[in-house]
Design a protein around this ligand. Structure first.
Ligand code: A2R
Length: 314
């Protein structure tokens, strides 16, 4: 009998095909009562989820033999790692394979803000060009002072990919990294010195509202805030207020505090570019993430080891 695998997140057909020989797949949205399912499948040891869905406490409680959670994504703030370590559950994630794609998404949002891509598309598509003449000038992205909040795997890739625009890069993290950029121990001070701030830390309690009203106001009316990390890292209410009354210039956002819901007053603004959490969402990148998530599941099933545990479970 194949082992039961509880699948909490959407998975592609190639992922299902790769899992099918090794597991009986059960989908959480088909299971009305996870408690009853857990009793019936008390041998269930493994879960596949993603950064958005994570694993809720009722699912953890329902599975007495849960031993391994494979997260299809690098952020795992919706998995309670304290419960994992207390119960001896190994959680894994998919670092590195998405660095390049999330970095591209950050730069895409940054460029769209600086060069007013959406306004100019509107200008071209709606006949404003013929009616009013050429569109107003935009700002160059070349030679800007840019701050990166979080200088890990993805932050460093963003810095690498920004190089052709010759930015002056500053960064803020709790501990300095071995990178050729100036480390600013004070985030407000960094926001004051840069023109654009790119947020790429993990989510969760440790970074909740790290980008608060003080940081936003330090970035200022000429400033651009880019968030490809987690919605929780930015005080969304304070950011929207500042975008409305001009204390913050622009925002390019891929993540939001209450996904998939985006406040209407944010959606209505002209000085924002919004995408629906698609930082890693290309066919190529998702295939690589899916393969790594499945490699972890299969190796654990085979010999109890995993390739990429989250740091808390190493
Ligand atoms: O603070 P450090 O020295 O641990 O540096 C990490 C930084 N970071 C923070 N910076 C300032 N204040 C904090 N409270 C704080 N907590 C963490 O974020 C490190 O430089 C960076 C995280 O890097 P990695 O662990 O390599 O994560 P990766 O792969 O770059 O992904 C970042 C996040 C994911 O967790 C997802 O939420 C999103 O990007 O896709």
């Amino acid at each position: 009998m194949p082992d039961p695998l509880l699948v909490i997140c959407p998975v592609s057909e190639p992922m299902k095909d790769r899992l099918a020989p090794y597991f009986d797949l059960y989908y959480l949205n088909d299971i009305r009562d996870i408690g009853a399912w857990g009793q019936e499948h008390s041998n269930a040891r493994q879960i596949l989820t993603d950064g958005h869905f994570g694993v809720t406490p009722d699912v953890m409680t329902a599975l007495p033999n849960l031993s391994m959670i494979s997260c299809y994504g690098v952020g795992y703030d919706n998995i309670d790692t304290a419960v994992c370590t207390a119960r001896g559950i190994v959680a894994t994630h998919t670092p590195d394979v998405l660095n390049a794609e999330v970095a591209t998404s950050a730069i895409m949002l940054l460029m769209a803000c600086y060069r007013e891509l959406l306004r100019d598309q509107h200008w071209a598509k709606t006949g404003l060009w013929a009616e009013h003449g050429v569109a107003p000038l935009t700002r160059s992205l070349d030679n800007r002072p840019i701050g990166i909040l979080g200088m890990g795997r993805i932050g460093q890739e963003i810095a690498r990919k920004l190089a052709p625009w010759s930015p002056e890069i500053l960064y803020h993290t709790r501990t300095p990294k071995n990178v050729p950029f100036e480390h600013l121990p004070d985030l407000v001070e960094m926001a004051r010195r840069v023109e654009a701030l790119i947020v790429i830390t993990p989510g969760g309690a440790g970074t909740q509202h790290l980008v608060n009203q003080n940081v936003i106001e330090a970035l200022g009316p000429e400033g651009t805030l880019i968030n490809v990390a987690r919605g929780s890292v930015v005080d969304e209410g304070a950011m929207i207020d500042a975008l409305i009354d001009g204390r913050l210039g622009w925002a390019g956002l891929d993540v939001f505090e209450n996904e998939p819901h985006i406040p209407e007053r944010l959606r209505k603004l002209k000085n924002v570019v919004l995408t629906p959490h698609i930082g890693s969402a290309t066919v190529e990148c998702r295939a690589a993430m899916g393969n790594l998530a499945i490699d972890n599941l299969l190796q654990f099933q085979r010999d109890g080891a995993v390739k990429t545990p989250v740091p808390e479970c190493q």
